[in-house]
Design a protein around this ligand. Structure first.
Ligand SMILES: [Ca+2]
Length: 90
C-alpha cells in the first residue's frame, strides 16, 4: 500500500475498512464483489485468517499494530469502506 493511502487512513483515525470481497456464496472461496473473480496472486491475510467462520464472510482491512492486514469479519458490522477508481492525471 502506498504512503499516500496510508496517510489518508491515518488521518481518518480509523483502524478498519471494508474491501469489496466476500466468501458468502462458497465458504473459503473469496471473490471480488465487482468482478466475481477470485484473488490472483496478492493477498494480505493476517495470521490465522481467514478463520473459516461461516458468519465472517466479508473482507475487512484492519490495522494490526501499524500494519494493515486482511481479516474476514461479520458483514453486518459498520466500518468505512474503500473503493477503487481509475487514476486521473491533472
Ligand atoms: Ca467465511
Amino acid at each position: 500500500m502506498d504512503q499516500t493511502c496510508m496517510q489518508i487512513f491515518s488521518d481518518f483515525h480509523e483502524t478498519t475498512f471494508w474491501l469489496g470481497s466476500s466468501d458468502f456464496a462458497i465458504e473459503g472461496s473469496w471473490r471480488w464483489v465487482e468482478t466475481g473473480t477470485g484473488f490472483t496472486g496478492y493477498t494480505n491475510w493476517a495470521t490465522g485468517f481467514p478463520d473459516g467462520n461461516r458468519t465472517h464472510n466479508c473482507l475487512l482491512m484492519k490495522y494490526i499494530g501499524n500494519t494493515p492486514q486482511w481479516v474476514d469479519y461479520n458483514c453486518n458490522s459498520k466500518s468505512y469502506y474503500i473503493c477503487e477508481t481509475p487514476y486521473v492525471s491533472q
